[in-house]
Design a protein around this ligand. Structure first.
Ligand code: SF4
Ligand code: FES
Length: 246
């Protein structure tokens, strides 16, 4: 087997280019390298102008997400050897505006996270003498949704988000469900009102690609379906018992 591999890397300079192009780089094919190591080799040794994000190199910060051979992936967890003999094509995450090369614009995604009120909402003014107690079973109800690292791979995989960027999308909806299922929270009704609107939960067509690509097994598709069930139950309750809302 060759001891090098070709990386075809998306390049886009916003002040110069009207559309992206791909540039080929030959890099060492080392058994212990991830795709991110190959990109860092390019940046350090071949072309310092290449723009991309990364930080932790251990699947925690969520910043190194890119399209690797068309699949949304954390590049710090994608073994380069798995793509031999190559070439391997690296692009920015699908469905996001590109700032430069492999770096995408995240502002809209951050706004979606904020929109679902991702904090414990209390309606009463009860102040516990110590922390709110939670049983292991109550914790288990939402724990998997706390594992999200905001890597946005699920948005890059979501065909609905690709067609309609106003869709709240998988990670933000999983985050909303994380708080709805928390026994300390009392804000699920207002979150449901917010997310039952056009760009909330009902746009999801249950393709399930979001859960397939999630590197943390968060299963946002399950969160959205659970959310749809509780929103439907709430709707029936207000229809059957309209006085309940008064
Ligand atoms: S749900 Fe999974 S794929 Fe989506 S942002 Fe969170 S960790 Fe990434
Ligand atoms: S560099 Fe942090 S998740 Fe990949």
């Amino acid at each position: 087997m060759s001891d090098t591999i070709i990386l075809e890397v998306a390049r886009f300079h916003p002040e110069r280019d009207t559309e992206p192009s791909y540039q080929s780089f030959e890099v060492p094919l080392r058994a212990d390298w991830m795709v991110l190591d190959a990109l860092n080799h390019i940046k350090d040794q071949l072309d310092g102008s290449l723009a991309f994000r990364w930080s932790c190199r251990m699947g925690i910060c969520g910043s190194c997400g890119m399209m690797v051979n068309g699949v949304p992936s954390l590049t710090c967890e994608s073994l380069l050897m798995n793509f031999a003999p190559g070439p391997v094509r690296i692009g920015p995450l699908d469905h996001f505006p590109v700032i430069k090369d492999l770096a995408i614009e995240m502002d809209e995604f951050m706004g979606k996270l904020q929109k679902v009120r991702p904090w414990i909402v209390r309606k009463d003014d009860y102040v516990p003498k110590r922390e709110f107690i939670q049983t292991p079973k109550q914790l288990a109800a939402f724990q998997q949704f706390t594992l999200c690292i905001n890597c946005m791979l699920c948005y890059a995989a979501c065909p609905v988000y690709g067609l309609d960027p106003s869709f709240t999308g998988p990670a933000a909806l999983a985050l909303a469900e994380r708080y709805n299922l928390d026994s300390r929270d009392q804000g699920s009704a207002e979150r449901t009102d917010l997310l039952a609107q056009h760009d909330g939960i009902w746009d999801c067509t249950v393709v399930g690609e979001c859960s397939e690509v999630c590197p943390k097994n968060v299963d946002p598709s399950l969160a959205i379906q659970q959310y749809k069930i509780s929103a439907t139950k709430d709707w029936f309750k207000t229809w059957l018992m309209p006085w309940g809302n008064k």
